[in-house]
Unconditional design. Structure first.
Length: 345
C-alpha cells in the first residue's frame, strides 16, 4: 500500500495545516446546533490524511472552516503559516479544494478556459499557462476534451475537470471531498496514482474525504474518523488495520458435505461454495477444522482474511447520532456555488 512506502513528513517546518480544537455552533430559533465540536487536524507536506465519518458528521463544515468559507465559533486554524480569516489572501494562495455537492467549475467555459481561469487566481497570466494546462489535462485524461464546454461533459468528466482545476493552481495543500464520485474503475485507479504522485513526488499535503474505503485504504498515511462533530479515532492506516485484526479465514470447498448445518457455534458467512468464518483464537480454529472433518467437508483452500476498512469504520461510528441538526447543516451549505476550488469567486 502507498502509505507503507511513503516517507513520513516530520517537524513543524513541514506543517501545511494546523486546526486546533475547532468548534462551529449554529444558532437559530430552534436553539444551538454544534456541527463541529473541538476537532483538531494536522497535515504535513508529503502526507495524505483520510477524513472519514458518516453523512452529517461535520467533515464538510470542518473543511469549509479550514478554507475560510465558514467562520469557526472557537479554535485556531493555520494554513501554511497564515490564518485564513486574518490573512485570507496568503492562505488562499496555499490551498485548493474540490467540494462534494458544490459546483467546482464554470459550466459555460470550456475545459481549457476553466483551467486558465483558476491558474489566473494564482496571479499568472491565463495566456501563459497553456503548457501547464496541457500537462494537467494529460494527467487527468481530458486532453481530447480541452475545447468542450464543461456543462456538456459526463459526470465523470466533470469530476476530472474539478480535479484538474485544483491541480492547475499548484498549491501545497489540497482538500478532495468525495473525489471518486462518478468515476469508473479505471479512472479511480488513475486518481489513486495521481494522489500518491502528488504526495511522493511533489510533496503536497492532501486531505481526502471519501466513502470509497478502497481509495482511503490505498492512498492515506493516516485516518481521522469523526462522528457527531467529534473525533472518535485517529491513527496511522497500518496501525488502525492492525488494531482490528481478527482471526478470520476464507475457505473454499471441493465438497461441503453437511457443513452448513454443523457450524452454528461459529460466526459464518457463505458466498456460494466459499465460507468466511471468524474464530476467537487458535483453539477455536482447531475445533472448526475438527467440525469440518466431522461433516465430511473437503477444504480446497484456506486463507487469512485481512480486516476491512469499511467494517472498521462502521464498528467505530456505529452509524448512530444522526440528528436533525446534521440535516440543518446540509440544508444550509449544500449547493454553495459562491466558492470554487477553495477560492472566493
Amino acid at each position: 500500500m502507498a502509505q507503507t512506502e511513503r516517507k513520513q513528513a516530520t517537524g513543524t517546518d513541514d506543517s501545511l495545516l494546523r486546526a486546533a480544537q475547532v468548534r462551529k455552533v449554529y444558532r437559530g430559533s430552534a436553539g444551538e446546533i454544534t456541527a463541529v465540536d473541538g476537532i483538531s487536524l494536522d497535515v504535513s507536506s508529503g502526507e495524505v490524511v483520510g477524513l472519514l465519518g458518516p453523512n452529517g458528521a461535520g467533515k464538510t463544515t470542518l473543511i469549509k472552516c479550514c478554507l475560510g468559507i465558514v467562520s469557526p465559533t472557537d479554535g485556531e486554524i493555520i494554513v501554511n503559516g497564515a490564518d485564513p480569516f486574518d490573512s485570507p489572501r496568503a492562505a488562499y494562495r496555499s490551498v485548493a479544494a474540490m467540494l462534494e455537492g458544490a459546483r467546482n467549475v464554470y459550466w459555460r467555459l470550456t475545459v481549457r478556459e476553466n483551467l486558465r481561469f483558476f491558474a489566473g487566481l494564482q496571479g499568472r497570466r491565463p495566456t501563459k499557462v497553456d503548457g501547464q494546462c496541457d500537462r494537467v489535462l494529460r494527467r487527468v485524461g481530458l486532453t481530447e476534451k480541452a475545447d468542450e464546454v464543461a456543462r456538456n461533459l459526463s459526470r465523470g468528466m466533470k469530476q476530472k475537470l474539478s480535479l484538474a482545476c485544483v491541480l492547475i493552481r499548484d498549491t501545497p495543500l489540497l482538500f478532495l471531498d468525495e473525489p471518486t464520485l462518478g468515476l469508473d474503475v479505471e479512472a479511480k485507479e488513475d486518481l489513486k496514482d495521481e494522489i500518491t504522485r502528488l504526495a511522493d513526488e511533489e510533496h503536497r499535503g492532501l486531505v481526502v474525504c471519501s466513502h470509497d474505503m478502497d481509495t482511503i485504504r490505498d492512498v492515506c498515511d493516516r485516518v481521522v474518523i469523526v462522528n457527531d462533530g467529534r473525533v472518535v479515532t485517529r491513527n496511522k492506516m497500518d496501525a488502525l488495520l492492525d488494531a482490528f485484526q481478527t482471526s478470520a479465514y476464507r475457505l473454499e470447498f471441493a465438497e461441503t458435505g453437511d457443513v452448513r448445518s454443523g457450524l452454528d457455534s461459529f460466526r459464518t458467512e457463505w458466498h456460494g461454495e466459499r465460507l468466511d468464518v471468524t474464530v476467537p483464537d487458535n483453539k477455536a480454529l482447531y475445533n472448526l477444522m475438527e467440525q469440518l472433518r466431522a461433516c465430511d467437508a473437503v477444504v480446497d483452500s484456506i486463507e487469512t482474511v485481512q480486516p476491512d476498512l469499511g467494517e472498521i469504520f462502521l464498528e467505530i461510528t456505529d452509524e448512530t447520532g444522526q440528528t436533525a441538526g446534521r440535516q440543518c447543516e446540509r440544508d444550509i451549505f449544500d449547493g454553495d456555488a459562491d466558492y470554487t476550488a477553495g477560492v472566493k469567486s
